[in-house]
Design a protein around this ligand. Structure first.
Ligand SMILES: NC(=O)c1ccc[n+]([C@@H]2O[C@H](COP(=O)([O-])OP(=O)(O)OC[C@H]3O[C@@H](n4cnc5c(N)ncnc54)[C@H](OP(=O)(O)O)[C@@H]3O)[C@@H](O)[C@H]2O)c1
Length: 362
């Protein structure tokens, strides 16, 4: 733990104050990240933004998160009052009160906000819908927490990249090198999204290789990875079919690979044949049974009986709950940027325990 942290902007001492966090964009990811931040004893939600007084505002009010307008125009701020919502002001008002802003605006919309964050002198975190080039820095807890310590801003990589990192990084660290090919079988849309498809087709991403796998190299350049992607008519999860080539003399067995992942935070290993969890439908039902808000599954789900290592080739499947695996990563990224926790595992344990307590599961 670092005692006093200096950075461009406010100065934090570990005893004196909690980290003041703003959420810009209160949609699928933003509402989940807000709860995960609110659960932590070293962070406080200063406010969340909505573009207009639409239905997510009621959720923010019920949770007690101060509501701000995404824009500064007085007429847009006034629209909240006209609809009966107390609004703390525009985005500039919100940024003037926070240490770090987590941008959860729709993909590719966030980059336009960067100059505003810099001008306000706050730290920023973007999501995987933005390009690595926007920040020059990306983040996954298990891959490069240390590299992000005290950085001005970063990008929490996408749900797919986060999922790949969780299983590939420990493998890389155990073997020294790794060559990977994977096929991403992607959900068509999130459950709350009525605009996207396909609804009766399998749509290949014709830009080959797809960007998904190689995005892992923004957090771990040593992993030599390519990917193909297809979108399928489901809303609940992504599935990855992965083939990894381990180096000669790797010394691993199927069981030792499984043990490696059993020790990895935020990875769940279960036997499909024994448990009856044989598809993403049962994985999501299992997640609802766990009792987190929205039936989320922050962990990556790996089928034990779908893992096989033969000579240098490792095959496995993993399922990703796209709406939530990145959520705890945003909390760890806040601690990295603010320099308040330099050990990624300590941060992960703290984050996950606080979220469990917040959900009444501790
Ligand atoms: N959904 C996923 O599966 C997933 C997984 C991992 C990462 N991500 C990434 O996370 C980010 C957010 O995705 P999402 O799925 O949460 O999107 P979303 O559900 O569409 O939510 C985005 C929210 O931001 C608000 N907004 C619109 N324009 C904005 C602007 N210029 N500035 C600030 N807020 C704005 C939206 O409008 P209103 O205020 O009008 O509601 C909405 O509430 C994207 O980069 C995405 O690629 C998404």
């Amino acid at each position: 733990m670092v005692d006093v942290v200096q950075f461009i902007g406010p100065v934090l001492t570990s005893e004196s104050m909690t980290i003041k966090v703003a959420i810009n964009g209160y949609g699928t990811i933003g509402k989940r990240v807000a709860d995960a931040v609110a659960a932590q004893d070293d962070m406080t939600i200063i406010g969340v933004t909505k573009t207009r007084p639409s239905f997510g505002c009621d959720l923010a009010v019920r949770k007690g998160y101060p509501l701000f307008c995404t824009f500064d125009e007085p007429s847009k701020i006034q629209a909240f009052a006209d609809a009966g919502y107390a609004c703390g002001g525009g985005i500039t008002d919100l940024l003037s009160q926070c240490d770090v802003v987590i941008d959860c605006s729709p993909g590719k919309a966030g980059a336009a906000n960067l100059e505003r964050y810099k001008a306000a002198g706050v730290k920023w975190i973007f999501q995987g819908g933005e390009k690595h080039a926007t920040t020059g820095m990306s983040y996954t807890s298990c891959a490069n927490h240390t590299e992000n310590l005290n950085a001005e801003g970063t990008r929490v990589v996408s749900c797919n990249t986060t999922g790949l990192s969780r299983t590939l990084v420990p493998l890389l660290e155990a073997c020294g090198s790794l060559k990977v090919e994977c096929t991403m079988i992607r959900r068509a849309a999130d459950p709350g999204d009525s605009k996207k498809g396909p609804i009766n087709a399998i749509t290949p991403v014709l830009k080959v290789p797809s960007h998904h796998g190689p995005d892992v190299m923004t957090v771990r350049p040593e992993i030599d990875i390519t990917s193909l992607a297809v979108a399928v008519p489901t809303t609940i999860m992504h599935m990855h079919a992965i083939v990894a080539t381990l180096p000669d003399g790797h010394g691993m067995t199927t069981e030792s690979v499984l043990n490696l992942w059993r020790q990895q935070p935020r990875v769940i290993i279960m036997n499909g044949g024994e448990t009856g969890i044989t598809s993403t439908a049962e994985v999501m039902e299992f997640a609802r049974d766990i009792g987190r808000t929205w039936g989320d599954l922050h962990e990556i789900f790996v089928w034990e009986d779908g893992v096989k290592l033969e000579d240098n080739t490792l095959w496995y499947f993993q399922a990703i709950h796209q709406e939530s695996d990145v959520v705890p990563e945003n909390v760890d990224a806040v601690r990295a940027l603010m320099g308040t926790e330099d050990d990624w595992k300590v941060s992960v344990n703290k984050t996950d325990a606080a979220i469990a307590a917040f959900n009444g599961l501790a």
